[in-house]
Design a protein around this ligand. Sequence first.
Ligand SMILES: *[C@@H]1O[C@H](CO)[C@@H](O)[C@H](O)[C@H]1NC(C)=O
Ligand SMILES: *[C@@H]1O[C@H](CO)[C@@H](O)[C@H](O)[C@H]1NC(C)=O
Ligand SMILES: *[C@@H]1O[C@H](CO)[C@@H](O)[C@H](O)[C@H]1NC(C)=O
Ligand SMILES: *[C@@H]1O[C@H](CO)[C@@H](O)[C@H](O)[C@H]1NC(C)=O
Length: 249
Amino acid sequence: MGVVEVIFVYSLFFSILKISSALDAMNTTQSLRDGETLVSTGGSFELGFFTPAGSTSRYLGLWYKKSPQTVVWVANRGIPISNKFGTLNVTSQGILVLLNGTNNIVWSSNTSTTAQNPVAQLLDSGNLVVRDGNDNKADNFLWQSFDYPCDTLLPGMKLGSNLVTGLNRFLSSWKGKENPAPGQFTLGIDVQGYPQLILRKETRIMYRVGSWNGQYFTGFPELKPDPIYTFEFVFNRNEVYFKFELQNS
Ligand SMILES: *[C@@H]1O[C@H](CO)[C@@H](O)[C@H](O)[C@H]1NC(C)=O
Ligand SMILES: *[C@@H]1O[C@H](CO)[C@@H](O)[C@H](O)[C@H]1NC(C)=O
Ligand SMILES: *[C@@H]1O[C@H](CO)[C@@H](O)[C@H](O)[C@H]1NC(C)=O
Ligand SMILES: *[C@@H]1O[C@H](CO)[C@@H](O)[C@H](O)[C@H]1NC(C)=O
């Protein structure tokens, strides 16, 4: 074999090795360093460190594997890491901690329960979850990124409130293309009075999508079920939310 072939075979070998080593989960004995990623089993989403265009800072985020520019979630939105020494760990308490180069906690998740063997897993829906290694039930997740939306509502995410715990999930714009910190605009369900979907610029109401009349938002009759997606609005004693799903992922 000539040198070129050797290099070719060598790089093929390592690219195969790289593909086969793409993990979708990590436990307390592992950590995710800048440059490493988790890829969901179906290959839809990737979790890792990125720098927004026009910035020099590093953020831990989630993007479409096939479209890395499309960032759908960011952990340390307003708290950038200045170099490539960021690391993500899962603690034995089941908490995700994002550390900077000097091991200071930049961002962390939280939980009100515990697990024997906590693992962080990136699901193919784009939901980063912390769960017990032996328990796949969504109701038992210790934490999930779907509960802390940034500017993107993915299929299956709930936009709205858990009326029992008070958790309110709403979207907030990025400050700018180069800065994922929460910006001026929010979209969420206002539960004062009859629930309505409201777009705000800071505290000012810019647009009311209106309340749900059983079929659509009164201020947005254009939103209709179609061949691409279905949606639902749930309003009961425990929760109020809007959610959509794709007919074909
Ligand atoms: C963590 O994952 C590694 C790699 O899959 C595995 O070898 C190890 O046993 C796991 N540790 C625990 C505590 O589950
Ligand atoms: C992060 O996790 C790795 C692997 O378990 C461990 O070696 C390291 O000490 C952890 N870092 C901190 C700050 O806990
Ligand atoms: C890590 O974060 C701490 C606390 O915010 C800060 O004082 C320190 O300079 C940071 N280290 C690096 C390498 O950025
Ligand atoms: C988790 O953190 C969020 C945001 O900091 C906070 O609003 C929420 O109450 C916390 N939940 C628990 C269970 O501690």
